[in-house]
Design a protein around this ligand. Structure first.
Ligand code: PLP
Length: 379
């Protein structure tokens, strides 16, 4: 614009755009994170709000992780290992995979974006059951691709036949969150293997297991059951939820070495920072894993208690396999969420569809249940 200050010279003159943003980016919806408790407190002029809106672990990271991160701070002046080699090796060792089959990212969301960057050209398609993770449309549309959404069944489950049926020659990716966010329902490894048998081998199927540790182990393990059989399956996991490392940003993908190297090419330099790498390594130690497992057990027990209490009150709750419960409130969603929030209980609304409530500490869950009973009745 050639002016010294950044503002247009006149309000009547049509503003010259500052740069020509790509249409795909211009059209993007913004990712909406769950509202922080502090923000709700300010907005409603209340105190002691609790956040059950982002599927966070209510417990801090294992002690060994906190210590390792504190120690790693001292090396903060030196660039970390771009490839997070030690973390890859530790994961490969634990998962009995070749190190070439493992990649590490700044959260599994970063790996999702890298996957989209590696595989989606303008006009390409990715297929996903919907409603699902809200980062899926953004990652695909950023690349100029289209996310083809296949409706869930009436009991909030995936219709994998319909997913297979939606695959066309334009399809590059299939994105399956299991357990699904936000419905909490899960599909078995056997069901995913049938899907893999019916989609072309050059379509990468991402099995996003961000909540795996909370799910019924009887659903199966795609790493041991699918990875050896299908070159086009990729499995994503994360330290964010079960290990309580959400803010440290570290997740991983297991896949065929060719898929791993494509994802790696799209890694922003040093994106998995040194503190995140130290945290992940410490999280894989026996002591930390034991601590995390104790928290997972508590959260699963609380999820059962929450679902049972809601069901006893007459709410219909789909099978909950993650660290949250889903209430399909339809048109009442926003109204119920605002009423809860005004009383200091921040949950996650999906406008017009339903509300996702993260399992918190026992006291937080009690507070949610009693506040819900004040503001809404089933019906
Ligand atoms: C929370 C979540 C993730 C993981 O996010 P990170 O980037 O690893 O923190 C991935 N997929 C789904 C479906 C999620 O809900």
């Amino acid at each position: 614009m050639g002016q010294t200050c950044g503002m247009p010279s006149s309000e009547t003159e049509p503003a010259t755009p500052v740069g020509r943003v790509r249409p795909a980016v211009d059209a993007l919806p913004a990712y909406k994170p769950g509202k922080a408790a502090e923000q709700a407190e300010r907005e409603h002029n209340i105190a002691e709000a609790i956040k059950l809106a982002s599927n966070e672990n209510p417990y801090p990271p294992p002690a060994a992780v906190v210590d390792a991160v504190a120690a790693a701070c001292r090396g903060g002046n030196i660039y970390c290992d771009h490839r997070a080699t030690a973390v890859r090796e530790a994961l490969a060792d634990r998962l009995r995979l070749a190190v070439e089959q493992v990649t590490v990212g700044a959260g599994s969301v970063a790996l999702l974006y890298q996957l989209a960057t590696a595989y989606i050209d303008p006009g390409d398609e990715a297929v996903t059951p919907w409603i699902s993770f809200e980062a899926y449309p953004i990652s695909v549309q950023t690349m100029g691709g289209t996310l083809v959404r296949v409706p869930l069944t009436t009991d909030h489950a995936f219709d994998l036949d319909a997913v297979a049926g939606a695959v066309t020659e334009r399809t590059k990716l299939v994105l399956l969150a299991t357990p699904n966010n936000p419905t909490g329902t899960a599909v078995s490894t056997t069901a995913v293997s049938r899907l893999l048998e019916s989609v072309p081998g050059d379509v990468v199927v991402l099995v996003d297991e961000a909540y795996r540790e909370f799910a019924d182990p009887a659903l199966g393990d795609p790493v041991t059951e699918l990875l050896p059989r299908f070159d086009n399956v990729a499995v994503a996991r994360t330290f964010s939820k079960a290990y309580g490392l959400a803010s440290l940003r570290v997740g991983y993908v297991m896949a065929h070495p060719e898929v791993v190297s494509a994802i790696d090419k799209c890694l922003i330099p040093f994106n998995v920072n040194g503190l995140a790498q130290a945290a992940a390594l410490a999280a894989l130690s026996d002591g930390a894993t034991g601590e995390a497992q104790a928290n997972i057990d508590t959260i699963k027990a609380e999820r059962g208690r929450l679902a049972a209490a809601l069901t006893a009150d007459g709410w219909v709750i789909p099978d909950a396999q993650a660290n949250f419960v889903w209430m399909q409130l339809g048109d009442r969603t926003d109204e119920v969420c605002i009423a809860l929030e005004q009383r200091g209980v921040v949950v996650r609304p999906f406008s017009g569809v339903g509300v996702r409530v993260t399992v918190g500490t026992p006291a937080q869950n009690d507070r949610f249940l009693s506040t819900l009973a004040e503001v809404a009745r089933p019906g």
